[in-house]
Design a protein around this ligand. Sequence first.
Ligand code: BJW
Length: 252
Amino acid sequence: MLDSRIAEARRALAPARFVLVLTGAGVSAESGVPTFRGPGGYWRNRHFSELANPDAFASEPRTVWDWYLERRSTVRLCTPNAAHAALAAWAARRHADGEPRGALVTQNVDGLHERAGHPEVIRFHGSLWRNRCSACGAEREDEALHHAELPVSPCCGALERPGVVWFGEAIPRAALDAAYDAVQAADAALVIGTAGVVYPAAALVESVRAAGAPVVEVNPDEDYGLGERGAFGGVWLRGPAGAIVPRLLAED
Ligand code: BJW
């Protein structure tokens, strides 16, 4: 059954000139990075949604920083999995003639697509490895796993915050523009490892689908409740990304 679904998905993607790929936490699950809405969505009994918002940082900056620093420590020990690698190899093949034939938009902040060598990643929700000045918004890279004191920006001397996008915050302009360009260009979408409930990321795929283009989705949906047709109602390959994506994107 899965074999025939993968064949169907390959037929759907094969003629596409430009594929929008959207990934979520599930693509990194087999690398050991916890997802949000599964069992790993709690930290010290706090649901992630209580921490991933600007009000939490305003009232409890140390707690929020500790959550992000612990996540840095986890991700530092993780390596890209077979799905990250297959996506990177596929993108490199599709960019070989210099003409972009796809774009990868990731909601993940872990940097594993980049570490897998993906040629171009649109980071929709920022990066775990960047700090942002809370006064002027300037960003800098920061790989620290511990902050004895909360970090202060070199530009303004103001408190720095994690360089990620929290609920109620705007998507970074450059990422949003690049993603909308990809939606315009796309004649197919491939969605991997996302619950598809966070906007505007989910709307990118909905727009491609609304234009009549095929959508392929990879998700095991163990305890997340995507419903009968997956999150996006396309060709749903029900299984883990690390097993399915390499087969889906293998060379003919
Ligand atoms: C596997 C697997 C395996 C498991 N293989 N798969 C329209 C309607 C309703 C609400 C809104 C709307 N528009 C905006 C909103 C509000 C809000 C929103 O979407 N809320 C909904 C949740 C109700 N959106 C926002 O607030 C956004 N901002 C915004 O709209 O701003 C407007 C604005 C404009 C101008 C000025 C100012 C404001 C921002 C959203 C930011 C989300 N941030 C987070 C935290 C990022 C930083 C961090 O990492 O800490 O992003 S929340 C969290 O959810 C994180 C993720 O990127 C994101 C998506 O999660 P994802 O990837 O789907 O993970 P999970 O865990 O939910 O799912 C994992 C999936 O993997 C499951 O399906 C599993 O089955 C699967 N899986 N193993 C493949 N091996």
